[in-house]
Design a protein around this ligand. Structure first.
Ligand code: ZN
Length: 289
């Protein structure tokens, strides 16, 4: 099942994507939650959504604006240095432990929305990543059971401001600018994905292939990641995890190639679809209140 958050006729809704379009769950199954996190955290609600989507009317995809499938994650966690070729191109030693950082949740944006070129930097870069979302509150999850807590997978771009990232050891601010976490186009549930560690993952900038790898090359796979994180803190439904990027980022090219206004970045993961975002200059207006 594919689960989307979308705007239609001035309202934000959740729905199931089918061959015909999107079945609006508010219309097809009015008793279901209207919030994606509430939906994915309930097996009963998911079963009802699946049944309703088989008989509901579909809205054409062209008539809706897709939002990030989880618009307001509680946590957005990302692992660095998790593909061998990216570790090598970064000039870093192979990590002994998982290297985690936070992206602030305000960075989350829709699969086809614009990404801001910051007023304060020109070192804007892309990172094609597979992402997943937690569906069950969990702690101390053994690796063998980690699959039970994943509600689904989607495509992400861990957009990075390299100078701000590398000024500090935590990377946090350079990974967290507004709009620097486009995700989508929708959540694909695990039954449709099969093995999440056998998916082609690619990134193009203006049609030029920059990254071309496969999730089988993850150093720490999704289940290792959940086992590790949940030893420290509780993971909650709606938490979003970025699973790392392969070689081919702009900062590692010779000469380095950073994103410019007007560039279009497309990230595609086999079975999950693609996201595509245009780079636009940030307005940098003061906003208070
Ligand atoms: Zn990343």
């Amino acid at each position: 099942m594919k689960l989307a958050t979308f705007d239609y006729k001035g309202e934000t809704r959740i729905g199931v994507v089918t061959d015909k379009g999107i079945v609006d769950l508010a219309a097809a199954a009015p008793s279901l939650p209207r919030d994606m996190v509430a939906l994915i955290s309930s097996d009963k609600a998911l079963a009802e959504a699946r049944a309703a989507s088989a008989k509901g009317d579909a809205i054409p995809l062209a008539d809706v604006h897709l939002r990030a499938p989880v618009p307001f994650p509680g946590k957005v966690l990302a692992i660095g240095l998790n593909y061998r070729d990216h570790v090598e191109e970064s000039g870093q030693p192979m990590p002994e432990h998982q290297v985690w950082f936070n992206k602030q949740h305000n960075c989350i944006t829709g699969p086809y929305d614009d990404v801001a070129l910051p007023a304060v930097s020109s070192l804007l870069d892309y990172e094609a990543e597979m992402c997943f979302v937690i569906g069950k509150r969990c702690k101390h999850v053994p690796k063998e059971r980690a699959h039970e807590v994943i509600a689904g997978y989607f495509v992400g771009n861990d957009v990075s401001v390299r100078d701000w990232q590398l000024r500090t050891n935590t990377w946090q601010i350079g990974k967290s600018f507004d709009t620097h976490g486009p995700i989508g186009p929708w959540i694909v549930t695990p039954d449709e994905v099969g093995d999440p560690h056998a998916l082609a993952i690619k990134c193009w900038v203006n049609g030029e292939l920059r990254q071309n790898s496969n999730t089988k090359h993850l150093i720490f796979n999704c289940f290792d990641q959940i086992a590790h994180l949940s030893q420290a803190f509780t993971l909650d439904p709606g938490d979003v995890i970025f699973t790392g990027t392969s070689g081919g980022v702009g900062a590692a090219m010779k000469p380095m190639q950073f994103l410019k206004a007007g560039d279009v970045v497309r990230v595609e993961v086999e079975k999950l679809g693609y996201i595509e975002n245009r780079v636009v200059p940030e307005k940098a207006e003061t906003i208070i209140g």
